[in-house]
Design a protein. Structure first.
Length: 389
């Protein structure tokens, strides 16, 4: 950790001798510094509020002439003055220093010449901790911004899906999302990498270690999300693979859940205990599942429930997706696979969704059936051939 060329220290102490003590201790340790002495807490707070100087550290007596030390620390919090505070105390009142630490002070030092030899180490540690906290905050803000950008990209992608599918521009969309994922991965790798480096420099008992570990873990979670998004958008779209149906469904539900939550739609799952290995292009299958879920969502814009279950049916994997919508009459049910047909629209799924879903499922040798009646909801049944063991 690099230190400032000239450390600005505000000393709050009515004994003028301690200004010399502080300066002498820091000079011997070859720390460039400037000490500004204030003899009362009110004077110190006024100086800090004025903002005439950019201070890096506060050293204060635990017995100020005008206000108690605890009140001084509370005033600093109220005025949003975020500086590390070191408390000076006599040996026989060390319990006051302990209370000061609970109130936000970072360290204390006993008032005698022998102990003042430790002052440079305490000052360096306090300054170092504050800089790490600032880096911690900056990394958190950066991760939050990355999350917002990713959410915005995902929202725009889903809003554009109808137009892109209708104009046969799906390939361009997939290439765009893969490029965005790559661009997000570069700064995210920096966040994760530097978090690990900072953790290597932080002692296990350091109070900010827990926050830094949270930053690192958030970075890894975001990295995993971007990886799944890239995979969902088909970096290997033309390759058939053997995948577990339950796993493909769960990945799809992760992306669908925010859209369900927005309309107060509850999702229940009941997966088969055994593996249901199917063979197909994973991204195409997930897009088919997403189209069905979006269609269910569009029929329950005032809230409801989607129940998803899987099991084995002879030599097929069977997927049932049931909703608690108002259902459809026979006339609408006959048109359900017609392009651009949609009973209710939220502007997200596109009317051609189930027509495209039917085509994708048939491409892999599967079957799709929809049952619905007014007042009983709708059930979508998919039968997909199981892959050879």
């Amino acid at each position: 950790m690099n230190y400032k060329t000239n450390l600005q220290i505000l000393l709050v102490e009515d004994d003028l001798n301690f200004e010399d003590w502080v300066s002498l201790a820091l000079t011997k340790a070859e720390i460039d510094h400037k000490v500004v002495l204030k003899t009362s807490g009110e004077e110190a707070i006024s100086t800090l509020k004025a903002g005439d100087n950019e201070y890096d550290l506060i050293i204060t007596d635990c017995f100020l002439s005008d206000i108690p030390c605890m009140e001084f620390l509370e005033r600093l919090r109220q005025e949003d003055i975020d500086l590390p505070v070191i408390v000076l105390c006599e040996r026989d009142v060390i319990q006051i220093a302990a209370l000061a630490l609970q109130s936000g002070a970072v360290d204390y030092i006993i008032k005698d010449r022998l102990n003042f030899q430790l002052l440079p180490l305490i000052v360096k540690r306090a300054y170092h901790q504050k800089q790490l906290e600032k880096q911690n905050g900056a990394l958190k803000n950066k991760i939050t911004q990355q999350n917002r950008e990713l959410a915005d990209i995902n929202r725009k992608m889903m809003q554009s899906s109808k137009e892109l599918l209708n104009s046969q521009k799906l390939t361009s969309l997939l290439l765009f999302v893969r490029a965005i994922s790559h661009d997000l991965n570069n700064p995210l790798a920096g966040i994760v990498g530097f978090s690990e480096l900072l953790l290597n420099k932080i002692a296990p008992i350091d109070p900010i270690r827990e926050d830094m570990e949270e930053i690192r873990d958030c970075g890894y979670r975001l990295k995993d999300t971007i990886s799944k998004l890239a995979r969902f958008c088909g970096s290997e779209k033309s390759k058939k693979k053997k995948r577990d149906l339950n796993e493909l469904l769960e990945e799809t539900i992760q992306y669908f859940r925010p859209r369900a939550d927005r309309y107060k739609i509850k999702i229940e799952t009941d997966y088969a205990k055994e593996l249901l290995i199917i063979e197909g292009i994973p991204v195409s299958l997930q897009q088919a599942f997403m189209m069905i879920l979006l269609s269910c969502r569009d029929s329950m814009l005032d809230g409801g429930e989607i129940i998803i279950s899987t099991d084995r049916y002879d030599d097929h994997a069977r997927l049932l997706i049931r909703d608690t919508s108002k259902g459809m009459n026979e006339e609408d049910l006959e048109k359900i696979f017609s392009p651009f047909f949609n009973i209710e629209k939220s502007g997200d799924a596109g009317g051609q969704g189930l027509a495209l879903t039917y085509s994708l499922i048939r491409e892999f040798g599967g079957e799709l059936k929809i049952d619905s009646k007014i007042g009983t909801g709708t059930t979508v049944t998919l039968l997909i051939p199981l892959a050879e063991r």
